[in-house]
Design a binder for this molecule. Structure first.
Ligand SMILES: Cc1cc2nc3c(=O)[nH]c(=O)nc-3n(C[C@H](O)[C@H](O)[C@H](O)COP(=O)(O)OP(=O)(O)OC[C@H]3O[C@@H](n4cnc5c(N)ncnc54)[C@H](O)[C@@H]3O)c2cc1C
Length: 398
């Protein structure tokens, strides 16, 4: 009998699982003993990590977009585009339906459908949405606004947690400062006030908070912490926090709240937080819909308490693909995800005047990152990571 693995979502997490399994089970696939099917609503992979850099011209669409067919092993039955759009997931009957009303059954299911911005989650936000978090188009729109900046108050507001890559908003603020200061000139930078609104007290774990706070202070980026965005009043050009505090702006850049995709919510798979619950070590589904050991949940769609980054999603996909291989071999071995993740930090952009500084701090559930210093080598490694991503990362070779 053919064992069927069905993977929902061909993003940073799902692609690695598909490619690793396709390699491990190449013989079984050729003999029809294992079948790997993958559904995704889009035919192209857009590396969202690049969105942060688009407004500053540091990456182009050619750098961050690839056709999925080039990334996924031909041994995987990939259904990409309209035919691959998931409508519902029925765990009790092991059935996934697409919008085009095709049904897929499975022995093992991988849920890796990422998350979406919930712009409507903040009243008024839709009427003044400038962001690098939603799409490439929005990042380009922001690029035009950033390039036209001459003076005024720029407010960067992170509505609430969790969001994918919680480090990206701070990186954006630092890149904006560097861009204005070194590309547009000190005079322009002096006339632009940058304020960073953050919904919690610390900006990440202590070492991350220390590094970000220091750069913000040195570069004159104002920070207001515990500012949970409740409303955008675009007529008066001000943002209002849950506490009632207000902040005026000339240009508002917002990181909207995020949630898991509608199809999973409609299928009753999410918990009260709006995310898909799973055991944080085995990543197997365990929630209101029951406990399903044959269902793995990973990446941005996963439990609210698991930090959402592409590097974390990568580590999770290594554990999930190994455990799926163990399940298929029937050897009873289980590997644990221990919360391994990385969240890149930027200290300054690379310019003729500054050599660029960055670092990729890593941590786990039980061990926070050590204190670190952003370095020039870190800057080059982080920039390179976007290219290694296609040939080694997504292919599951590292
Ligand atoms: C602005 C920004 C900057 C970031 N910077 C970094 C960084 O520097 N470093 C880092 O590690 N991480 C970064 N991240 C986070 C990283 O991009 C995510 O954590 C990672 O992509 C999560 O992988 P995933 O597979 O869970 O989701 P995704 O990569 O989003 O993949 C989900 C897939 O599911 C598909 N899908 C969704 N709904 C459906 C449906 N109904 N039917 C079929 N398919 C569907 C989508 O098309 C998509 O291909 C950043 C994110 C953003 C937004």
């Amino acid at each position: 009998m053919t064992k069927k693995v069905l993977i929902l979502g061909a993003g940073a997490a799902g692609s690695v699982v598909a490619n690793k399994l396709a390699r491990e089970f190449r013989r079984e696939i050729a003999q029809d003993r294992v079948e790997i099917t993958m559904l995704d609503r889009s035919e192209v992979f857009v590396n969202q990590g690049g969105f942060t850099f688009i407004p500053f011209g540091l990456y182009t669409p050619e750098d961050i977009i690839r056709p999925r067919r080039e990334l996924i092993s031909p041994r995987v039955k990939g259904v990409f585009g309209t035919e691959g759009e998931i409508k519902s997931v029925d765990l009790a009957n092991r059935e996934v339906k697409t919008k085009t009303d095709r049904s897929y059954s499975y022995d093992y299911l991988v849920i890796a459908t990422g998350c979406v911005a919930d712009v409507e989650g903040v009243p008024g936000l839709a009427s003044d949405l400038n962001t690098f978090y939603v799409s490439l188009e929005y990042s380009f729109k922001l690029r035009t606004l950033v390039q036209g900046l001459k003076k005024g108050r720029v407010v960067i507001s992170v509505a609430r947690m969790p969001i994918p890559c919680p480090g990206a908003p701070g990186k954006f603020a630092i890149l904006l400062d560097s861009y204005l200061r070194y590309f547009r000139g000190e005079e322009v930078r002096k006339n632009v006030d940058i304020t960073f609104l953050w919904p919690m007290e610390p900006i990440g774990p202590a070492a991350y908070d220390d590094a970000a706070s220091q750069v913000f202070k040195e570069q004159g980026i104002k920070v207001r912490r515990s500012f949970k965005l409740a409303e955008v009043d675009s007529a008066n050009k001000e943002v209002i926090a849950e506490s009632g505090e207000k902040e005026k702006y000339d240009l508002l850049i917002t990181i909207p709240p995020h949630r898991s995709i509608q199809a999973l919510q409609d299928s009753g798979l999410t918990d009260s937080t709006g995310w898909v619950p799973a055991d944080k070590n085995t990543l197997q589904y365990s929630g209101s819909a029951g406990r399903y050991d044959e269902v793995y949940v990973l990446g941005d769609t996963g439990p609210v308490e698991v930090v959402k980054t592409g590097i974390g999603a990568h580590y999770q996909s290594l554990v999930v693909s190994q455990n799926l291989a163990n399940d298929l071999h029937g050897n009873g071995i289980k590997e644990s995800y221990m919360g391994e993740l990385g969240c890149p930090f930027i200290g300054s952009i690379y310019t003729p005047a500054t050599r660029g500084k960055a670092y990729i701090p890593t941590w786990t559930y039980n061990s926070p990152p050590d204190p670190f210093t952003a370095t020039k080598l870190g800057w080059f490694l982080y920039r390179m990571y976007y290219y290694i991503f296609w040939d080694a990362g997504i292919k599951g070779l590292m």
